[in-house]
Unconditional design. Structure first.
Length: 462
């Protein structure tokens, strides 16, 4: 199976401007002589989504759909990740009627919904179907204003990766983990979950594992590192572990939340990793972080499940995979969320678009075709059950997916639902970088709150 590496930020993509909006590559679903009743031509719906391998794998789902539903044709209009967000903004803001189906990055569900880009999917999925099909974290994230707006297509989860060689050299006992020698039985997964480390234990071990072999004051081996350093997707798990949301319930205010005592505490922990404790490197970008771990220069690494095949296939790197950490006096909260699919509010073929979305995201044939070709972590209950029971996932490096199914069902916490997520993410990303570089968390967060709340003002009353 293929694995997608979601390392680019949406905000940086949108800042690139609109000049490249016309550079998309159209990939057609193919012609058909099938006809509807009354000798009508098949209805064609256009789906704007990602290009490259994603589009190749999507075409296989479309081909399967065409076999069962010849009176609807699906055509792909695809763009590279860097262009997709801005193209969606331009086309949807212009109320384009030539797009019927839209790929939606999950934190943008609220934004697209509040601005009228998406047509509710409640007429295609009953509440009972939604509950039976997807894990709650995913279906909730696809909803806005009591309506189901975007159907989950993929999911994500996070693990604590362990460099077993560095632990052995330092004589430090690692956390319970999956390895190439571990049988991923339900009992083994439960043991790993029950023995998951706290953030306090992570720090204690990281201090013992960091090494400055040439005494230049900079570690050659770092004790700990985040995969998506300073990205809210990953770092929001810290305040969430302290039961601290980042925004008010209406998703339009951060005052009293982002600058709360618990958020400041989470920010202090984050900043200390790079400063007071010096167990994590400054200056390393999310694009560079996995390479640092793969090279053997990081002992503990919190990162996405998409890293498993890369790390497992790296010569000389002996890894174990443990459960995501939490604060000792808090709860377990793991990052989650990925791509959803919605019907354009401006489509002339909403019913046909909804029919394909149901095939892609909820049918056995559609979801299995996508999972088997693309390999992204699944989001339906049926596929999670498959991971837990199929022998295909009883062998490393695919066995960690079974740990992922536990997290998806029990500990996953979606990102905040707010129409201003892009503004929130952009400002918080910079704030986390300031904290990483030594700014006092209270100062950084108190400065961020009025900036975010001003940016949210345009959504109040929307």
């Amino acid at each position: 199976m293929a694995f997608l590496h979601p390392r680019l930020s949406r905000r940086s993509v949108l800042k690139a401007g609109a000049a490249t909006a016309g550079a998309g590559l159209a990939v057609l679903g193919g012609g058909s002589t099938a006809r509807r009743a009354g000798a009508q031509e098949p209805v064609t719906v256009r789906f704007i989504t990602l290009s490259e391998e994603w589009a190749d794998h999507m075409q296989q789902v479309i081909d399967a759909f065409h076999e069962t539903t010849p009176d609807i044709r699906v055509e792909l209009e695809t763009y590279p990740f860097r262009q997709l967000f801005e193209v969606i903004e331009i086309r949807m803001s212009g109320q384009s009627r030539d797009i019927d189906i839209v790929s939606v990055d999950v934190p943008l569900v609220a934004s697209y919904s509040a601005r009228g880009f998406l047509h509710p999917l409640d007429e295609y999925f009953t509440p009972e179907e939604i509950e039976a099909t997807w894990i709650p974290a995913a279906s909730d994230a696809g909803s806005y204003g009591e309506q189901f707006m975007a159907a989950p297509q993929n999911n994500s989860t996070q693990f604590l990766y362990v460099n077993r060689g560095l632990f052995e050299e330092a004589g430090v006992a690692p956390p319970p983990m999956l390895t190439a020698e571990t049988e991923p039985s339900p009992e083994a997964i439960q043991e790993i979950v029950d023995g998951r480390w706290t953030w306090e234990q992570v720090v204690e071990a990281a201090q013992q594992l960091a090494q400055d072999t040439n005494a230049d004051g900079v570690p050659d081996v770092w004790g700990f590192m985040f995969d998506q350093v300073s990205r809210p997707y990953q770092i929001l798990a810290l305040p969430e572990s302290l039961n601290q949301p980042s925004l008010a319930e209406d998703g339009l205010s951060t005052d009293g939340y982002l600058n709360s005592e618990n958020w400041i505490r989470a920010g202090q922990f984050y900043g200390d990793l790079f400063n007071a404790l010096a167990v994590s490197p400054k200056g390393t970008t999310p694009e560079q972080s996995s390479e640092l771990f793969a090279s053997g220069n990081v002992a503990l690494y919190v990162g996405g499940e998409w890293n498993v095949p890369t790390f497992a296939g790296t010569e000389g790197l002996d890894i174990g995979i443990a459960a995501h950490p939490y604060f000792a006096d808090g709860r377990v909260a793991t990052p989650t969320g990925s791509w959803h699919v919605g019907v354009s509010a401006f489509s002339d073929h909403k019913a046909e678009a909804g029919e394909f979305i149901k095939f892609l995201t909820a049918s056995t044939e559609g979801t299995r075709t996508w999972f088997e070709t693309h390999g992204h972590f699944p989001v339906t209950n049926e596929l999670l059950d498959l991971v837990d029971t199929s022998e295909d996932f009883a062998v490393f490096p695919r066995s960690p997916y079974r740990l992922g199914t536990y997290e998806a069902r029990n500990t996953a916490v979606p990102r905040p639902q707010t129409p201003g997520y892009l503004e929130f993410e952009d400002i918080l990303n910079g704030t986390l970088e300031d904290i990483r570089n030594g700014t006092a968390p209270a100062d950084a967060l108190n400065a961020a709150v009025p900036r975010i709340d001003r940016a949210m003002a345009k959504y109040r009353g929307a």
